[in-house]
Design a protein around this ligand. Structure first.
Ligand code: BES
Ligand code: MN
Ligand code: ZN
Length: 507
């Protein structure tokens, strides 16, 4: 994982030498107290910009000023809008920081300084740490790019990569700002780890590649790691993971990455992520159009690795285990066929009506494996159903579970983290769509409520512990992204995972 990118500095804005000084602004407001001295040295330029109406401070708005020699030590001043004060929250801070980072890239500036005073004022005493976290998070998320497979430069490439961002605060806020910035920086690097893995194509991010990354993380933080290969998976009795992988030359892996700090409660939290490194659909082959996108069908597993890495770096006193069943889903002469009946780790038999409903199969074995930890709670994340994209689009994670309190807790963690979930019901009535004549259950329930019946399938294997399921099919990858992300993988739900664990660590 990359090194820390953000820092906290105590100084007034008019005293800071930087290629780019970023001043957040609330919509429709005059020059605030904290910028009065900077404005005076600029000969009243800030006041005029606002009075003329050239810059209103609207969300995502930006305006660049060049101080004359001697006016300010900063080479450039960027006003960034954060919308109306009454609507302010962490997401507004993230967006504004994203706008600033994009400007810096275009300008060829690789470091920037952001004054947090206006946001602290609006967020109140309790909000300083959260605001600094959001700012640091956004800087690290916005700076991320995926260029490792390009060998030639391109024309519209930004002039610079942003490498550092300093958060400018007053002495009274320094401690809270540092605490928040540290968390935000770590969490965002965890999310960037997940984004990098999700962006890597199927020939690079194979199941064994995911296992190598898990090894790297385990070595760095001294974590426990178990990796099962095809033979190990067979011996463990994971019939479903084995069945999905049987059509592939590429070896599957089952990854268990364990952060168990001394003194933590005996029952850990378990995070599970779907790790289908390429989903062609198997014999129930997908159409060619957009099939390439199915390289991100391991986004859940990538998020689990990124979250465990972040949690281990933060060192919170709560045990967390990450499980990632990893395999391809390809057609071949040896592949699983529609109608086949397979055994599972839990012992139940499954009639595989459609080999393209593979995610729930491999997750079933992982959920069953999770029992050995006697988990306090289990949350899984999976790019599980196209129906979730249809139902909830690209801004809401589909949320289901077998425990009302856990579902509410996860939902609140998502709200705080800026990765929002929306609940779908698991009502008894929908369960019968999975009834099978030849086996204990079928792996698909047809078109009606397809996201819910997928949830119901998982529920059958989440026995003996509180469990919540996140369908991230619509949110793991974005064609249109907010300013602090880019087109491509979002890192969802790393921020939610870490925030959920944080809530457990302090209670
Ligand atoms: N990985 C896909 C789901 C998916 C689709 C994720 C689009 C992201 C974007 C999953 O394995 C799948 O193929 N699901 C099927 C299930 C169906 C056969 C019951 C689907 O949703 O069509
Ligand atoms: Mn599929
Ligand atoms: Zn899939």
């Amino acid at each position: 994982m990359a090194d820390r990118m953000t820092s906290v500095r105590v100084a007034p804005p008019e005293a800071v030498a930087t290629p780019l000084l970023v001043l957040p602004w609330f919509e429709g407001e005059p020059v605030p107290a904290w910028a009065v001295e900077a404005d005076r040295r600029l000969g009243g330029a800030l006041g005029r910009v606002v009075e003329e109406g050239d810059f209103r401070g609207k969300k995502d708005e930006a305006l660049l000023l060049y101080p004359r020699p001697g006016e300010l030590p900063a080479a450039r001043v960027l006003l960034v809008g954060s919308g109306r004060r009454a609507e302010f929250g962490p997401e507004r801070a993230r967006r504004a920081i994203g706008v600033a980072v994009r400007q810096a890239e275009r300008l060829g500036v690789s470091e920037l300084v952001v004054a947090l005073a206006p946001w602290f004022e609006a967020a109140g005493p309790a909000g300083a740490e959260r605001t600094a976290q959001a700012a640091a998070e956004a800087a690290v998320l916005a700076a991320w790019d995926f260029r490792e497979l390009k060998t030639t430069g391109d024309e519209d490439r930004p002039r610079a990569e942003v490498r550092s961002a300093a958060l400018l605060v007053d002495a009274g806020h320094a401690a809270a700002a540092e605490a928040g910035a540290r968390i935000g920086d770590v969490v965002a690097r965890g999310a960037n780890r997940a984004r990098q893995l999700a962006a890597r194509p199927g020939n690079v991010a194979t199941p064994s590649h995911l296992a190598e990354i898990a090894r790297e993380i385990a070595d760095r933080f001294g974590l426990g790691l178990t990796v099962l290969d095809r033979e190990g998976i067979r011996r463990e009795g994971m019939g479903a993971l084995l069945a999905v992988s049987q059509g592939s030359e590429e070896e599957p892996r089952f990854i268990a990455l364990e952060y168990r700090p001394a003194g933590a409660p005996a029952e850990p939290l378990v995070l599970i992520g779907k790790g289908v490194t390429f989903d062609a659909g198997g014999i129930s082959l997908k159409p060619a159009e957009k099939m390439d996108e199915m390289k991100y069908d391991m986004s859940g597993a990538a998020a689990v690795l990124g979250a465990i890495e972040a949690i281990a770096e933060l060192g919170w006193p709560v045990g967390v285990v990450g499980l990632a069943p990893a395999t391809e889903n390809l057609p071949s002469g040896r592949a699983l066929k529609p109608g086949d009946v397979i055994p599972t780790h839990l012992g139940r038999t499954v009639e595989v009506v459609n080999t393209d409903a593979e995610g729930r199969l491999i997750l079933a074995d992982a959920l069953s494996y999770a029992r050995r930890y006697r988990p306090a709670a289990v949350v899984d994340a999976a790019t599980l159903t196209g129906a979730c994209v249809v139902a909830l689009g690209h801004h809401a994670i589909g949320l289901m579970g077998n425990d009302e309190a856990l579902v509410a807790e996860v939902r609140e963690a998502g709200e705080r983290a800026g990765e929002r979930c929306w609940p779908l019901p698991l009502w008894e009535e929908d369960r019968s769509q999975l009834d099978s004549v030849v086996a204990d259950l079928k792996n698909t329930g047809g078109r009606p409520a397809a996201t819910i019946t997928a949830g119901w399938f998982l529920r059958e294997f989440a026995s003996g512990f509180p469990w919540a399921h996140l369908d991230i099919a619509g949110t793991a990858w974005r064609d249109e992204a907010p300013p602090y992300l880019r087109k491509g993988p979002t890192g969802v739900p790393v921020r939610l995972f870490v925030e959920w664990v944080r809530g457990r660590a302090v209670r």
